[in-house]
Design a protein around this ligand. Structure first.
Ligand SMILES: Cc1cc2nc3c(=O)[nH]c(=O)nc-3n(C[C@H](O)[C@H](O)[C@H](O)COP(=O)(O)OP(=O)(O)OC[C@H]3O[C@@H](n4cnc5c(N)ncnc54)[C@H](O)[C@@H]3O)c2cc1C
Length: 432
């Protein structure tokens, strides 16, 4: 059992802080001395919250609760699927957060919030007192939306690979083992889901690889939508590079209106059936299921429907003002579910908490998203979005500038370089 000991806490926070807080003093008295910020989830949103909270305030105690010893970034995982990169490049640990930013990382799973007493229960039995609780556990998948699909199948022969890790490698290996002229089926979910361009980026990377290794093979995207971000840029690329629309096309995109919405998986015959009854056979079947807020969020009454609503100015939850929700689990529409957004929401939350702790005004949040995606090594695209807090009736106003398919090809090359550099600097921004 990975219990934090009194000696561990003294090392992290000093003996003075230990006499209160975790040991049970009133949270108000505690907050005046050294507030305890507890964070559920050590992924993009949670880890960014810890680091930026520390940068704002050297005195608060910060604890992350995260079941995994290391974190694997999803950005870059499509490159791993296509064999252009390794999972090791995307994997980070919590050592720098612990040593440089004095963040206490407890390897456990948060289970229950005791709102009345401001305590967080963990799976292994520990109970943490908090003054502020930031929740960023990422999404859960609705496997049941596709009849015949399940978590067990996703962890086995039918990987979703939408949470970077072992499934990413399974999918990579299946694509490597694809028979000559074989078919890869990718089922793209309904909105909202994490990283809107990523299914199309994955399809492009896989097709590019097959062009080299297995040129008569095919990728079919069965889509539950009629449109997607960077649609025109991807279609343009697929036409030029993979003969989209011709009899020999290496990529096919089947939108919802053409019967692309997948409803059923038949594991024995390796087929996907769509809403209008079309049956597609695939040697490799990659179902990206629809998503909802993580189970911790739903079990603790923070979700309304699939996602968790919040007060727009500071991301405090509707359920409790000292509990904050960020990242993919938050009902943050029109903001997309991206790591870039999760990390910027983390900055808004930590500034709001710091303002409250120091008696200052929260201010007006302004959130950006610079989403970068690629179709190939020299074919990148970007969208720069801003979300301006506009008061409670109209929470966020969005404006954006997006790549367009007619632009000078030189810019596509530059955008691909930006995408690659972004991944590296993004990982550093949060974990270094
Ligand atoms: C293929 C792919 C490509 C992507 N590319 C990009 C990109 O280029 N740019 C971009 O901005 N975004 C990208 N994303 C999206 C990005 O990864 C997510 O939006 C981001 O990780 C969301 O952060 P989060 O903190 O909400 O969740 P996560 O980063 O998933 O972190 C959640 C953490 O919470 C932990 N957790 C869960 N439950 C509990 C619990 N009960 N107790 C404690 N801990 C818990 C999990 O173990 C996990 O470590 C991509 C995603 C995919 C799938």
């Amino acid at each position: 059992m990975n219990k934090i000991t009194r000696r561990d806490l003294i090392k992290l926070f000093g003996a003075g802080a230990l006499s209160t807080g975790l040991m049970g003093a009133s949270s108000l008295a505690f907050a005046k001395q050294s507030a305890h910020i507890v964070i559920v989830g050590g992924g993009v949103g949670g880890a960014a919250s810890a680091k930026y909270m520390r940068l704002l305030n050297p005195d608060v105690r910060i604890t992350i609760v995260e079941p995994e010893p290391k974190y694997i970034f999803c950005p870059g995982s499509n490159e791993v699927v296509a064999g252009f990169d390794t999972l090791e490049t995307l994997t980070v640990d919590y050592n720098t957060l612990k040593s440089r930013y004095a963040v206490n990382v407890i390897q456990d799973r948060a289970t229950e919030i005791d709102y009345a007493n401001k305590k967080l229960k963990l799976a292994k039995g520990d109970v943490l007192s908090y003054d502020k609780l930031i929740v960023s556990p990422g999404p859960d998948f609705k496997y049941g939306a596709v009849e015949g699909y399940s978590k067990q199948l996703a962890e086995g022969d039918f990987p979703a690979a939408w949470h970077a890790g072992p499934q990413t490698l399974t999918l990579r290996d299946q694509i490597n083992a694809l028979p000559q002229g074989g078919t890869v089926l990718i089922s793209s979910p309904v909105d909202p889901y994490r990283c809107p361009p990523a299914p199309y980026e994955r399809a492009s990377f896989v097709a590019n690889k097959l062009k080299e290794t297995n040129p008569t093979a095919k990728v079919i995207i069965l889509d539950s939508k009629d449109d997607f971000i960077f649609h025109d840029v991807y279609l343009d690329y697929w036409k030029k590079e993979h003969g989209l629309g011709t009899a020999d096309a290496r990529i096919e995109w089947v939108p919802k209106k053409a019967g692309g919405h997948v409803t059923k998986l038949d594991t024995k015959n390796r087929t996907l059936t769509t809403a209008d009854g079309q049956v597609h056979k695939g040697d490799v079947i990659n179902i990206i299921p629809p998503e909802m807020a993580g189970s911790f969020v739903r079990m603790n009454g923070l979700a309304k429907g699939d996602w968790a609503p919040f007060n727009s100015q500071d991301f405090s939850t509707k359920r409790d003002k000292d509990v904050y929700i960020i990242g993919d689990s938050a009902a943050a529409d029109p903001m997309p579910k991206t790591g870039y957004i999760a990390s910027n929401q983390a900055k808004v939350v930590t500034k709001a908490i710091q303002a409250e702790l120091t008696g200052k005004e929260i201010g007006t949040p302004f959130i950006t998203n610079n989403c970068v995606a690629m179709a190939a090594d020299d074919w990148g695209m970007t969208v720069a979005e801003t979300f301006r807090y506009a008061g409670n009736h109209h929470a966020y106003e969005e404006s954006y500038v997006m790549s367009d398919p007619t632009e000078n090809p030189y810019y596509r090359h530059i955008r691909a370089e930006v995408a690659k550099n972004w991944q590296r600097t993004f990982r550093k921004d949060i974990f270094s």
